[in-house]
Design a protein around this ligand. Structure first.
Ligand SMILES: [Mn+2]
Length: 563
């Protein structure tokens, strides 16, 4: 079942925002998204939170400035997703701009798993570094940091993941989510954290007289990478992250980006001049992530750190190929999973657990996400791991804390889960292959006791009706001038229309002519091939449809039901 709801908002707040200069409709949308002050909508760099607010950024700055002065060798150890790869590129490029000697390493997820493990430290040690800097990982790497210390390597941890009770004994830890950190934006991505560390480091070097504000290296040139990692990691786009993303997009639109980012736009057939958060999250992000999922993220990092346009393009093409391979694998596994779930009834079952012996570990998270979207149930997809073990990756629905569920299962049956981690909406775990049925039953039991009927519904949140006068290209441009995304949902409107005409295109999409107050609207419902009754309640986004040289407004239907 799908239910359409309207986001509540405070009329007083929206009036205040309107008086502060916001468009009346946008003022309503902003109020519904928790904005209380027009200043939160600034996209200027000087609106960024100060680096000094980030706990230990000053300590990291002094440590790294000393290290650069002493010509110490640094190795960046990154995570294998898009946030990790962009964070790695920002670290390598930024530290080099500031005069550091720096190399990097991205663990192959299939061999080494996640984080700065002792095995990864041994690998990094082959590069004989004095210092290891982690980006987008490390906050849980107690053993790895210990191993590095044993080898005489100092560690600077930069991360954004939630810490456990014990922190690693690193020389410095920078993480907005560590205890005592007053940084107000807890949504900073891994790439954002290392960018802030670089800002602090540059300020320290300025203080030491190495350069001044006019001659200092231009770290703002890294904002395209920061924007990409931030959007692709699906962190909350709070006011600070919206500035980082807006600034990155602005540079891309003006043509100012790393050759690798330009090449990724080209391989994805997207125009940098019209760069949007959608491009970053759904075109560039997946192509980089494919490297970490199917092969090795080193390829992705190489794409982002090269200044050679020819090399960037050839790597981007490889990434495009790997992404196609990922899509094929995903389609095959998704079909397989639906076969396994042929008898699955979301009214009878609270959870989904699926496993097949030939599934690819790099894609299980995506499959869970698709199953969760289809059935509105928490879903975990498993694939084979090293001998006798299987690895699962799960996605949850609102109201069901997935990591807490795994925690409860592991307390009820201590031998069942070997390892698990994650958060409310996503988690991963390892179990014995022969324990799959037992796990599925235990997971279902928790699901039944935690999930009521209500939580199995898909809820389409909307901003209510849209004024007639706003169905224009200029209003679409106004919407697009703001950054929307995770935690700051793009506008969706909802109204009742008369369906005056409808036909199904290519057996796949529903093309509609709608009418309201004697005005006609063109609409399309992608991926939906059933017709609507004569009167329908429609939830839609506004789209600009270019056809034969003219651009017209088209309603992009998210959901519709009988009015
Ligand atoms: Mn991350």
């Amino acid at each position: 079942m799908t239910r359409i709801v309207t986001r509540p908002y405070s009329f007083r707040t929206s009036e205040m925002l309107r008086q502060g200069g916001a468009h009346p409709v946008l003022a309503r949308l902003f109020a519904a998204r928790g904005i209380t002050d027009i200043k939160e909508l600034s996209t200027e760099l000087n609106g960024l939170l100060a680096p000094a607010l980030l706990l230990h950024s000053d300590k990291a700055a002094v440590f790294l400035a000393d290290a650069i002065a002493a010509k110490k060798r640094m190795v960046v150890v990154a995570d294998y997703d898009c946030d990790g790869a962009t964070a790695c590129a920002v670290a390598v490029r930024g530290l080099r701009m500031l005069g550091a000697e720096v190399d990097y390493l991205v663990p192959n997820r299939f061999e080494y798993g996640y984080g700065l493990t002792p095995a990864i430290v041994a690998l990094a040690a082959e590069k004989s570094p004095d210092i290891i800097i982690t980006v987008d990982n490390g906050i849980a790497s107690i053993d790895g940091v210990q191993e590095a210390k044993k080898r005489g390597i100092e560690v600077v941890v930069t991360d954004h993941h939630l810490p456990a009770d014990t922190l690693p004994e690193a020389a410095v830890i920078v993480n907005p989510n560590q205890p005592g950190c007053p940084f107000p934006s807890k949504g900073l991505a891994g790439v954002g954290v290392i960018f802030y560390v670089l800002l602090a480091l540059r300020a320290e070097m300025r203080k030491r007289g190495l350069f001044d504000a006019a001659t200092q290296p231009r770290l703002d040139r890294l904002l395209d990478l920061v924007a990409l990692g931030t959007v692709a990691d699906v962190v909350k786009l709070d006011a600070n992250n919206r500035i980082l993303v807006a600034q990155g997009l602005k540079r891309m639109r003006a043509g100012g980006m790393q050759p690798g980012i330009a090449a990724l736009f080209r391989i994805a057939s997207r125009e940098p001049a019209k760069a949007s958060p959608f491009d970053l999250g759904f075109a560039l992000g997946p192509r980089l992530n494919a490297a970490g999922r199917m092969a090795d993220m080193t390829l992705g990092v190489e794409c982002l750190i090269t200044d050679d346009e020819g090399l960037a393009w050839s790597i981007a093409r490889q990434l495009g190929e790997i992404n196609l391979e990922r899509r094929e694998k995903e389609a095959e596994m998704h079909e397989n999973a639906l076969e396994l779930l042929a008898d699955f009834d979301p009214h009878e079952n609270a959870t989904i657990s699926v496993f097949a012996a030939d599934w690819h570990q790099g894609v299980i998270g995506i499959i869970s996400s698709r199953l969760k979207d289809r059935y509105f149930r928490p879903a975990i997809t498993f694939s084979p791991d090293k001998d006798g073990w299987i690895k699962g990756s799960g996605r949850s629905v609102p109201g069901f804390h997935l990591r807490d569920a795994l925690d409860l299962i592991s307390k009820r049956d201590p031998g069942l889960i070997e390892r698990f981690g994650g958060h409310a909406m996503a988690a991963g775990l390892t179990i014995r292959a022969d324990a799959f049925d037992q796990f599925a039953a235990a997971f279902e039991e928790v699901g039944r006791s935690w999930l009521g009927q209500g939580e199995s519904e898909r809820v389409v949140e909307t901003d209510g009706a849209l004024e007639d006068a706003c169905f224009t290209i200029s209003f679409i441009d106004l919407i697009d001038s703001h950054v929307w995304g995770q935690g700051f949902a793009a506008p969706v409107f909802c109204d009742e229309f008369k369906v005056v005409n409808q036909r199904i295109l290519k057996d796949k999409h529903l093309k509609l002519a709608l009418e309201k107050d004697n005005r006609r609207y063109e609409a399309i419902w992608f991926g939906h091939a059933e017709t609507l009754p004569a009167n329908a309640k429609v939830a839609f986004r506004l789209g600009a449809n270019e056809y034969n040289g003219t651009t017209r407004v088209q309603l992009l239907v998210e959901h519709a039901e009988a009015a």
